[in-house]
Design a protein around this ligand. Structure first.
Ligand code: FPP
Length: 281
């Protein structure tokens, strides 16, 4: 948070929003479905790839701002397992942009102590993309600030399949398949995001009310923030406003809003006999 305030000019709009944020209640992990690049390009009579190119700038700003805020993790949905259905030239353009981003962004990642990790079925990516990703992952592996997950050839269902198959494979290797019990912890620890907290906040741009197969397991209790802003137009202000909105939500995780854990007051409980005597009809 300190880093962000230092980067802002006192009095400017982003500084005003940032100073209203509670540094103790920042989301630990933010996940973003970056949608609307195609529409942004169409509105300007440009080829779709120009929308993706403009989207790279939004990626840069968002990554650096999240690191300056001191978030533990940011997960960006860059390419889904379903995106292979797009025209070949668009897919190839996306790989070129990703490689361009990775090359150009290394100094920023290092300066901000960001560790980059690609998550998804990476083995199906073109060799030059895999190599570029591996090179940046290696170079940033020792960074201990924010973890930046780039979800590439990612699908929530394939991630769950990979996790369950890995659990089965381990059990077979250890010869205890018969006694195998699959638990929530077991699944969580075999996801691509193992070791990270689940996202507290899921942002989706361009107004669609969909999850699109993103982090299906991990977003069980995430707060959702959908904005009509198209991804290339998503600025630092939009991110700070999303976090401000998040901080004004009441998160109950299936519990009660006014429980003693939250207010410190004694709750009013009914006696067991009173509960049993409640008329149910
Ligand atoms: C969705 O918009 C966006 C994508 C499928 C790709 C996202 C890629 C980038 C932001 C640029 C490269 C990424 C990195 C990490 C450097 P859409 O094309 O579905 O938009 P539309 O719904 O308006 O057509």
């Amino acid at each position: 948070m300190k880093e962000l305030l230092q980067a802002l000019t006192p009095g400017e709009r982003d500084w005003r929003i940032a100073t209203q944020l509670d540094p103790k209640r920042l989301p630990a992990h933010v996940a973003i479905i970056m949608d609307g690049n195609g529409r942004w390009a169409r509105q300007r009579n440009l080829p779709r790839i120009m929308g993706h190119k403009a989207g790279v700038n939004a990626v840069r700003t968002t990554v650096e701002t999240c690191a300056q805020l001191g978030l533990e993790a940011l997960t960006l949905y860059a390419f889904s397992v379903e995106n292979w259905k797009r025209p070949r030239h668009e897919i190839e353009g996306l790989w070129r942009l990703l490689r361009f981003y990775l090359r150009g962004e290394l100094p920023t990642l290092m300066r901000n102590d960001i560790q980059l990790v690609a998550i998804g079925r990476l083995e199906s990516l073109p060799d030059n993309v895999q190599n570029e990703l591996q090179s940046v992952m290696d170079k940033t592996a020792a960074n201990r600030g924010m973890r930046l997950n780039l979800a590439i050839n990612y699908g929530g269902r394939t991630e769950l399949l990979d996790a369950v198959n890995a659990i089965l494979e381990n059990a077979k290797l250890e010869g205890n398949l018969d006694a195998l019990e699959i638990t929530e912890e077991g699944i969580s620890s075999h996801l691509y995001t193992t070791g990270l907290k689940d996202p507290d906040l899921l942002i989706r741009t361009s107004g669609e009310m969909r999850i699109s197969n993103f982090l299906l397991w991990q977003i069980a209790y995430a707060e959702l923030f959908v904005t009509d802003t198209l991804w290339p137009d998503f600025k630092r202000t939009d991110l700070l406003e999303a976090i401000f909105d998040f901080q004004n939500r009441e998160r109950r995780f299936g519990g009660l809003a006014c429980g003693p854990a939250l207010t410190g007051e004694s709750p009013v409980y009914m006696l067991e006999e009173e509960v049993l005597e409640l008329p149910l009809a």
